[in-house]
Ligand binder design. Structure first.
Ligand code: GLY
Length: 358
């Protein structure tokens, strides 16, 4: 066992006492992991992340590490009571309790941290980062995640806004076939009280990835998950390889949309690997959509033409600063497929591509 000298102990204790969410920063990155200095920075996010990409780019331009920047970016959404897909104001589980999932991945140190089913703490992305920096673990869930956050000084608060509670109540009062409890069924069964994703239920999330001035990549995904989910349900967002993935030599990717489909396909790590093989970010995102569609075997999840009928969106950037976004569906009830981007000059909302058009 390694014993700390008194001098080192005092230094370590001072750092530990620095308190909640104070990062030590990333000053010491092993040389072989350093990116290409003076890279042209880029930040991508889901369409709800216009302010997030602005904030992240502002920080990157003043020299911040990509992870510091993307977390600060998505904190805007986590703190916003009007964004009911993330953090404070997020739509609750079926019992009316908000449960949050988040993950971060830091390219240059090839480390990640995540929390799932975290209650009463509005910035799960900051807790995820502390899991990465201050534990020997990658994912902490539920009660343990809450205790861990409190140990680091996070304060518990009620995350359920009146607006989110009223939305939940509407859903509760119209229950029947809109919950996730399924009767016994075969994968070929079509009519088993189909899960209808209507206006009351959705998989809101924010993903944000960035390439900083040192050519380093990092990413974060944070969400309140599927609205009115079974308590304890965890989606793709906090799962490294599914909700996000970063390889500092290649690129970063992340997702929003139906987490169950992405959990079965680990699409973010696949997207990064396809980029390593030479695919552009957009091509790689589209391949992930194809894979989700082709792998689905459950009749109840397909339309009359056998196409996967829920939506998943993917976002990716590569080491050169190229970017792309693709989803399974666009148009009709799926809406326009868009994403937020800051290319170093301006923050904008751009159109992505889709596999199918409704
Ligand atoms: N993609 C977010 C979720 O399914 O929870």
């Amino acid at each position: 066992m390694k014993h700390l000298k008194r001098r080192d102990f005092i230094k370590a204790a001072a750092l530990a006492g620095a308190g909640a969410v104070v990062s030590k920063g990333f000053a010491k990155i092993p040389l072989e992991n350093i990116g290409s200095p003076n890279s042209k920075p880029v930040v991508i996010a889901s369409a709800n992340g216009l302010k997030a990409v602005e904030k992240a780019m502002e920080m990157i331009k003043s020299g911040a590490d990509a992870l510091d920047a993307v977390i600060a970016g998505v904190n805007i959404n986590e703190n916003d009571p009007n964004d009911n897909s993330v953090g404070y104001g997020g739509l609750p589980n079926e019992e009316g309790v908000v449960e949050l999932d988040a993950a971060v991945m830091h390219g240059p140190s090839y480390r990640a941290g995540a929390v799932a089913a975290l209650r009463n703490i509005k910035n799960p992305s900051k807790v995820a980062r502390l899991v990465m920096e201050r534990t020997d673990h990658v994912l902490i869930v539920g009660e343990g995640a809450l205790k861990f956050a409190k140990a680091h000084g996070f304060k518990e608060e009620n995350l359920l806004t009146d607006e989110a509670r009223e939305e939940w109540l509407k859903w509760k009062e119209n229950l029947s076939k809109e919950d996730d409890w399924l009767p016994p069924h075969n994968i070929d069964d079509d009519d088993i009280g189909e899960i209808i994703r209507n206006y009351y239920r959705y998989y809101g999330t924010i993903h944000c990835s960035a390439l900083d001035l040192n050519g380093n990549l990092s990413a974060v995904t944070t969400t309140s998950g599927l609205s009115y989910k079974i308590p304890g349900r965890v989606g793709d967002s906090p799962i490294i390889g599914a909700g996000l993935y970063v390889d500092n030599e290649v690129g970063a990717a992340g997702s929003t949309g139906r987490g169950e489909a992405n959990l079965l396909n680990c699409s973010s790590v696949m997207i990064v690997e396809w980029m390593r093989q030479g695919k552009s970010p957009e091509e790689a995102c589209l391949l992930a959509c194809k894979r989700v569609n082709e792998r689905c075997r459950e009749r109840r999840l397909k339309d009359e033409k056998g196409r996967f009928k829920h939506n998943v969106k993917f976002y990716a950037i590569n080491k050169k600063g190229e970017f792309g976004c693709a989803s399974l569906w666009s148009g009709g009830r799926y809406g326009k497929i868009q994403f937020a981007l800051h290319d170093g000059n301006e923050a904008k909302i751009l159109d992505g591509v889709s596999l199918f058009k409704a």
